[in-house]
Ligand binder design. Structure first.
Ligand SMILES: Nc1ncnc2c1ncn2[C@@H]1O[C@H](COP(=O)(O)OP(=O)(O)O)[C@@H](O)[C@H]1O
Ligand SMILES: [Mg+2]
Length: 280
């Protein structure tokens, strides 16, 4: 175990901008955790993710202070090809990540760039497609797939690189609620089965807070709160920083007993019955 992602008093300002996108940010993620980043639009979430996978500072110029380490290495002095093997990335829009004519070629892309033997590539691609339940799509063209299927293809392309950390930027925002639930469940399974550390930006807190170990809320480019989802969602002022707490949290805040928010349905029902069950 130990810290696999660590931000230490980190500030980044994109070139040409008048104020930092993130400022004085400190938080860490332990190996094997699912960490959710939340906050209003423009609060700095994507900037944080780009600072983990090295797009910042290697692709985006700007002014930077403090430090970001990933798996013990300082991101600013680690080449992007090395970071790419540690950190898998999934964007909001899979279109930006899918380039090839068939699904299997697309998933193989990163491995081919690293010069693996065709045999090894085939084995890894088959493994990832199987893991994500899309083996039957191998010969299809990505352009004819649904958004949820494209998201899985992009995820498979990350997983074949055998990353330690998976970073996802609003992966469900273009998906319908049902497909969003499927993608979130999949990410949770990858965390449990492969031990992948997950850093996830997601607005649908009702979907992700039950599976999250840690939650970091950004507001106005600074960390507004950090802790377990129950601690963070138990705070006052969530609406003011642009969050919509899950409905089961809102209800529990009106219940008489104080502590220990439940975030899944089972826990909620148990708490509800203990508190007011005798009256219904
Ligand atoms: N490529 C960029 N160039 C300049 N400014 C940017 C860029 N990307 C984001 N910003 C600015 O940085 C701040 C944080 O943005 P971002 O990290 O994208 O927030 P979020 O993902 O929470 O919406 C915003 O003020 C935004 O305008
Ligand atoms: Mg963003």
């Amino acid at each position: 175990m130990g810290k696999i992602v660590e931000f230490l008093d980190y500030t980044f300002e994109y070139s040409g901008m008048e104020r930092p996108a993130v400022e004085g940010v400190s938080f860490s993620v332990e190996e094997g955790e699912v960490a959710v980043l939340a906050g209003a639009s423009g609060s700095g979430k994507s900037t944080i993710l780009r600072s983990i996978n090295g797009l910042i500072p290697h692709m985006y110029p700007g002014r930077r202070s403090g430090k970001v380490t990933v798996d013990g290495a300082d991101v600013s002095s680690t080449p992007t090809y090395e970071l790419a093997r540690k950190v898998g990335f999934l964007f909001q829009n899979p279109e930006n990540q899918i380039f090839m004519f068939t699904v299997e070629k697309d998933v193989a892309f990163g491995l081919e760039n690293l010069g693996y033997e065709p045999e090894v590539i085939r084995r890894k691609v088959d493994w990832a497609l199987g893991l994500l339940g899309i083996s039957d799509l191998a010969k299809r063209s990505p352009s004819e797939l649904s958004d949820g299927q494209k998201q899985r293809v992009a995820l498979a392309g990350s997983l074949v690189m055998d990353p330690k950390i998976l970073v996802l930027d609003e992966p469900t925002s273009l998906l319908d609620p049902r497909t969003a639930q499927d993608v979130v469940s999949l990410v949770s399974r990858l965390n449990k089965d492969l031990g992948l550390t997950v850093v996830l930006v997601e607005h649908r807190l009702e979907l992700v807070s039950p599976m999250a170990d840690r939650m970091v809320v950004l507001s106005g480019s600074r960390v507004w709160a950090e802790g377990s989802p129950a601690e963070v969602l138990g705070r006052e002022g969530l609406h003011e920083v642009g969050l919509s707490p899950p409905a089961i949290v809102e209800v529990q805040k009106r219940l008489p007993s104080g502590d220990g928010l439940a975030l899944d349905v089972d826990g909620f029902v148990r708490r509800f019955l203990a508190d007011v069950g005798h009256r219904v």
